[in-house]
Design a protein around this ligand. Structure first.
Ligand code: ATP
Length: 327
């Protein structure tokens, strides 16, 4: 049966808490991922992103909170989830001498996809007999993607997928993830590469100190936290009429003029509107400059924002918080 995008909950997290010793690293986190979504977890180092996805996969036992992944509780039913969740984790590795085709055979279950076809699709068809150690960084990441997809997972978890890759290899891996997205695979992505999040994710969740700071489409976060576009130019006649006309344009939020310099702030629509207004007035400033903030600007603003409450809840003892398994 075809699944309508966004209708079926794949991941539901409520009030997730996790501490290492007395240090709380995930602090009452709520997260939803619906079928067919590509959701990115972004945030500073140590924000708790990896710990969150490890709890979602049943690799770590939460201290508190409710987790459901494809209807299962990962803390108790990790075995059932293993066949349904494909993952590429930070620091993934395989034995050096294992050949690409052998790795595929090793990981394939009885219902696996055609490994030969999958390797070809990710540009590894010619590397089937190559040992893992001989693969480039990009080839290794693509192999991990193949292994993550091999058993037709309902959810794919990718943690810092393109870390350390050269620009061409990054693009190859992005193309592979975009293919998954276009096929309707649900993906949860942890990344520091904000251009990657902008390119691939329909929704991003910004985290700090184990909490969600804000979430939305990349464009929504940019608009909410990075102040929209900024257009500046010099003009011969920065008079009140010009300023008033610019203020009336669709998408313009603010106009300031100082001497001959004019600065307009607004959303992306305002860029073309300001350009058209200047042309209409016969003004073509030589120094027109447009700055369009991106997700990185938005995240920097968000991470700089004051915390809403202090994470002062005491942690429980560390005894029962060991890694459940790392298979
Ligand atoms: P990064 O972006 O650096 O990968 P992250 O947002 O994924 O960070 P986590 O890896 O979840 O964050 O780590 C959250 C905090 O928990 C960090 O301060 C980290 O040092 C700490 N931490 C992670 N794993 C352990 C562990 N096994 N034992 C103790 N502390 C840990």
């Amino acid at each position: 049966m075809a699944i309508m995008k966004g209708t079926e909950p794949i991941v539901t997290v409520r009030g997730l808490r996790k501490a290492y010793g007395n240090r709380i690293v995930v602090d009452g986190l709520d997260l939803d991922v619906a079928a067919g979504e590509v959701v990115g977890l972004i945030g500073a180092n140590g924000a708790g992103k990896t710990t969150t996805v490890e709890c979602i996969q049943g690799l770590r036992r939460p201290d508190a909170g409710m987790l459901r992944v494809l209807g299962y509780d990962p803390a108790r039913e990790a075995g059932r989830l293993r066949a349904l969740v494909g993952s590429q984790l930070q620091d993934s590795a395989l034995p050096d001498r294992l050949r690409v085709a052998e790795a595929v055979e090793l990981f394939a279950t009885s219902t696996a996809r055609d490994g030969v076809e999958l390797l070809a699709r990710f540009g590894l068809g010619a590397r089937r007999k190559s040992a893992f150690a001989s693969l480039s960084g990009g080839e290794r990441q693509r192999l991990f993607l193949v292994l993550a997809l091999l058993n037709r997972p309902r959810l794919v978890i990718l943690d810092e997928l393109t870390q350390g890759l050269d620009p061409a290899a990054r693009r190859d891996v992005w193309t592979a993830v975009a293919q998954l997205r276009d096929e309707g695979t649900t993906v949860l992505l942890v990344t520091h590469e904000l251009d990657e999040a902008e390119a691939l994710c329909g929704r991003v969740v910004a985290m700090r100190g184990g909490r969600v700071l804000d979430q939305g489409t990349p464009a929504e976060l940019v608009t909410r936290h990075a102040g929209g576009a900024r257009i500046s130019f010099s003009t011969r006649g920065a008079d009140e009429l010009l300023v008033a006309a610019l203020r009336r344009l669709p998408g313009v939020r603010n106009v300031t003029a100082s001497g001959a310099s004019v600065t307009v702030q607004g959303d992306r629509r305002s860029i073309a509107q300001v350009g058209a207004e200047l042309v209409r007035r016969g003004e073509v400033p030589a120094d027109l400059d447009v700055e369009v903030p991106d997700l990185e600007d938005a995240l920097l603003h968000l991470l700089d924002s004051p915390p809403s409450t202090d994470p002062t809840m005491p942690a429980r003892p560390a005894t029962d918080r060991e890694l459940v398994s790392l298979s």
